[in-house]
Design a protein around this ligand. Structure first.
Ligand code: F6R
Length: 618
């Protein structure tokens, strides 16, 4: 969950590292540091807190060298402090690490018994000790790394340098992502291509247990068993502008506003504009579109679908369950990846496992994918990050096409996934003759109208900017929804918790009377998602129950609805749409509500405390 970067080249090393760390800050932001070669030594500069603290320390510093490494941390072993910040320096070795070493206790005991002086609480420093011991015995850095890899259990991506070889970096990984960037007379290594895309779009993705030796501007990659290998160089199609705030106060705000555009993007390749049919474009692992007949034949065999994901992607999956079961009548199970991977699930033959992940790197989701694959299941992924680990390991690949999402709280990745899930469900429904061609056309037309309807809902921005001033004084928040709007209720609560640090709960509206109703009084905000659909009347009864107990109601409904308006303190109208798309329209006001509450409280919207964008540890 940390971000790491390494650089060799003619540019100002501290600037390249710092700019890269800025782009990686979403991965962790409780401390940061760099080690840069300067007049016969690696000078380490570290600071607790966000990157601006490191910046203050770097300002005015000059380094003569062409090589350096950097790190932004999300604490696992040891509190956020300068001592625990990376790079760790032991003897001649400087090192940055992302991940968790599971056998660190054992390694530490052995090191301490051997007389090593450990100065931090981290597992990462121990790796620097192990490498340092090897180097002291006369090995070069590459050999030293080879010697210590078998001693490490757990997840890691690491870049190490040695004073003995001041033009060399060794990078290696097991689990978390690592990408090599090939520039002109310069070379990079980083946790994510975003960190280097300003310099080069030519990259190589490292696989687990591969080792790269970077020496000057040359590199050599070695397989897990130590043999030199050639790997494909990918040209990434990622624009640096997509990573800037473009005048918005926060990335999250920009990303909320981008939703109409990226949702249109997400559906673009999958709709035949002449026939108004869904022509699903699924890629195989070689980046080729799977032929329509093959896809149809393959998916016709599917008898059960498991959707596996975490956090917001999990809520997208729950929503997908409503769509697929309704439209295609295929049984669907949705599970948190962190549960699925350990509960020894029964995955019958002809099951499809659909994994959803914005980052494509979430450790639990990746492990679930691998486990399901081992059991013979076919994997379909929906990722945002092209060539991320999950995307690379899936058999069928769909994409969110949300562009880079920087705000730690996910917004546009959710609505684009919901869009793709609609296309997938319609495709399955028509191929199984559960949806006729008139119904398909109607569904496709409503999808095409969705981006402009989303634009209308963005108008609630100013409403929440104002309402946040009073809403922030309430004791708690309950979000209610039924059917496909139930996942929306849970997503609304998650957004508020992670951004505004306020207690919020998402509940199935019909379940409220079985317990949570006891919470309701006039200090409780109850957000009811009640657009016009088959369960609207039922939700209305639940809303009456809330009103009778004095809850401060915010209702979301379809267009002008006097009844809902009279029952609530604030009524938010969404445009008329189909049952399956109402949730996409309803979730936008909830994103804006969480955003404004957090901003009004003066909190860091883009980097909420304790979180990280890409959870590459268990
Ligand atoms: C919430 C949020 C997280 C992620 C979760 C999964 O706003 O961003 O809950 O949704 O960590 O991440 P991905 O989709 O990258 O697997």
């Amino acid at each position: 969950m940390c971000g790491i970067i390494g650089y060799y080249g003619n540019k100002v090393v501290k600037d390249v590292l710092f700019d890269g760390l800025k782009k990686l800050e979403y991965r962790g932001y409780d401390s940061a540091g760099v080690a840069i070669y300067d007049k016969d030594q690696y000078r380490v500069i570290r600071a607790r807190g966000k990157l601006n603290h490191l910046k203050e320390r770097l300002d005015g510093e000059n380094f003569s060298g062409k090589i350096g490494i950097g790190h932004t941390r999300w604490a696992t072993h040891g509190i956020p402090s300068e001592t625990n910040a990376h790079p760790h320096q032991v003897g001649k070795i400087s090192l940055v690490h992302n991940g968790i070493i599971e056998n660190y206790q054992e390694i530490k005991e052995t090191l301490v018994r051997g007389g090593a002086k450990i100065s931090s609480e981290t597992d990462s420093e121990l790796i620097a000790h192990l490498i340092s011991q090897e180097v002291e015995q006369g090995h070069d850095l590459k050999k030293a790394v080879d010697q210590i890899i078998p001693k490490l259990e757990g997840a890691y991506s690491i870049v190490a340098t040695s004073l003995d070889e001041p033009d060399t970096m060794i990078a290696f990984k097991n689990g978390p992502p690592m990408v090599l960037g090939l520039g002109k007379e310069e070379i990079f290594v980083a946790s994510d291509a975003q960190a280097i895309i300003h310099h080069t779009n030519k990259v190589i993705f490292l696989e687990d247990l591969e080792v790269v030796k970077i020496q000057g501007t040359n590199y050599e990659i070695f397989s897990a068993n130590g043999f030199p290998i050639e790997k494909n160089i990918h040209t990434l199609n990622m624009s640096p502008e997509a990573i800037e705030k473009q005048g918005y106060k926060h990335f999250m705000k920009k990303e909320i506003y981008e939703q109409p555009r990226v949702v249109a993007n997400a559906m673009r390749d999958h709709i035949d504009l002449e026939t108004l049919k869904v022509a699903l474009e699924v890629l195989n692992s070689e980046d080729q579109i799977i032929a329509a007949e093959d896809l149809k034949e393959d998916l016709a065999k599917v008898q059960r679908i498991f959707i596996v994901a975490c956090g917001t992607s999990y809520y997208a999956g729950l929503y997908g369950e409503y769509l697929i079961e309704n439209m295609a009548r295929i049984p669907v199970e949705v599970e948190f990846a962190s549960e699925f991977r350990y509960r020894h699930p029964v995955i019958p033959e002809n099951s499809l496992v659909l994994v959803i992940s914005q980052s494509g790197e979430t450790a639990d989701t990746l492990a679930s994918l691998r486990m399901a694959k081992e059991q013979g299941a076919k994997i379909l992924s929906i990722c945002n990050v092209d060539k991320s680990s999950i995307d690379r390991e899936a058999y069928y690949r769909l994409f969110m096409r949300a562009d880079v999402e920087i705000g730690v709280a996910s917004t546009k990745a959710l609505t684009t996934t919901m869009t793709v899930l609609n296309l997938f469900a319609i495709y399955l429904g028509t191929s199984r003759e559960q949806i006729n061609s008139e119904q398909e056309k109607h569904l496709v037309r409503s999808l095409q109208a969705l981006p402009s309807e989303m634009e209308k809902v963005l108008a609630y921005d100013s409403f929440f900017e104002d309402a946040a001033k009073s809403l922030k004084d309430f004791r708690g928040f309950l979000y209610l929804g039924r059917g496909a709007n139930y996942p929306v209720a849970m997503e609304g609560a998650l957004k508020l918790k992670e951004l505004a640090y306020m207690h919020a709960e998402g509940y199935a509206a019909g379940e409220m009377k079985h317990g949570p109703i006891a919470l309701i009084d006039d200090r409780m905000v109850v957000v009811v998602v009640a657009p016009s659909d088959s369960v609207y009347e039922k939700t209305l009864s639940n809303l009456e129950e809330v009103r009778a107990r004095g809850g401060h109601i915010i209702a979301i409904g379809t267009e002008k609805n006097e009844k809902l308006k009279n029952l609530s303190k604030h009524y938010l109208a969404i445009p008329k749409s189909t049952w399956n798309l109402n949730p996409i329209l309803s979730v936008i006001p909830l994103q804006l509500m969480a955003y404004h509450l957090a901003d009004n409280l003066g909190l860091d919207v883009d980097q909420p405390r304790n979180l990280a964008k890409s959870v590459t540890v268990e």
